[in-house]
Design a protein around this ligand. Structure first.
Ligand code: SAH
Length: 252
């Protein structure tokens, strides 16, 4: 039996074992609780099982894949369901997530879910559409730098590991993929109100072509602060995390 690829579930199965093993080995330690999202036919799972993690489980949505996993990996701990609806509080505290290519249209939602659980998810290794992977790791001054770069880099160290060609999948997707690792860095703290910080980052990047003076005009900064702060003549993509933090401390 093989699982028939369903487009709506983003089923592009990796067909290169060497790459699968490299992804599985990118989780940083053996001594970890690991959850794999979307194992499909277990291409990554077979290598993850060899790593002897303290705890290992997978979550899969597709009935046919669930049946496949049950037959081929009878001892594997499998959650049946949608990762986006999965309550991570029920899972181990301090765990790592790994994902092969899941549907690229939900990649931002997955990353935002990780952020919402930033104190429990201590690492993520994942394969994303190459542009999303680059965005997560982008630095100021780069046109890929955006909301996800800033919000994730506030709490996580991000690394772009390698690119995977569309020809390594069956069926091939339309885009290249990038594998990243993000690691929670508990030394990273922002010294301002988190909600204000988020609001400023989101608003600034929603109008990324405008200077901050225009992009942030709906937010409550005092006119003196705006006039005395040169950051307001820059655009969002030119600002560091510390610059956004400074703005958040001065938002009324
Ligand atoms: N990792 C495997 C399979 C990739 S295909 C490989 O690299 O070969 C993506 C898998 O994610 C599919 O099996 C699909 O059913 C599953 N999936 C899609 N959306 C999901 C969701 N929201 N929660 C859990 N699994 C999901």
């Amino acid at each position: 039996m093989i699982v028939k690829a369903k487009k709506r579930l983003g089923q592009h199965f990796l067909n290169n074992e060497y790459i699968a093993e490299n992804i599985a080995c990118a989780i940083s330690t053996e001594n970890a609780h690991v959850l794999e999202i979307g194992p499909g036919m277990g291409m990554l799972t077979q290598f993850l099982l060899k790593r002897n993690f303290s705890q290992f489980a997978v979550i899969e949505l597709d009935e046919e894949s669930l049946e496949y996993l049950d037959k081929n990996f009878p001892t594997l701990k499998v959650y049946s369901g949608d990762f986006l609806k999965f309550n991570l509080d029920d899972f181990y505290n301090g765990f790592k997530v790994i994902t092969g290519n899941f549907p690229y249209n939900i990649s931002s939602q997955i990353l935002f879910k990780i952020l919402d659980n930033k104190d429990t998810v201590i690492e993520l290794v994942g394969m994303f559409q190459k542009e999303v992977a680059e965005r997560v790791c982008a630095q100021p001054g780069n046109k890929q730098y955006g909301i996800l770069s800033v919000l994730l880099q506030v709490y996580y160290d991000t690394e772009y590991l390698f690119t995977v060609s569309e020809h390594e999948f069956n069926p091939p997707p339309q885009v290249k993929s990038g594998v990243i690792r993000i690691t929670r860095n508990f030394d990273k703290k922002i010294n301002c109100d988190e909600q204000k910080f988020k609001l400023i980052v989101k608003t600034a990047f929603n109008y990324r072509r405008k200077t901050l003076r225009n992009a942030l005009h709906s937010l409550n900064f005092s006119p003196e602060f705006i006039n005395n702060t040169s950051l307001f003549s820059k655009r969002a993509e030119q600002l560091s995390i510390q610059d956004f933090e400074y703005l958040a401390r001065n938002l009324c």
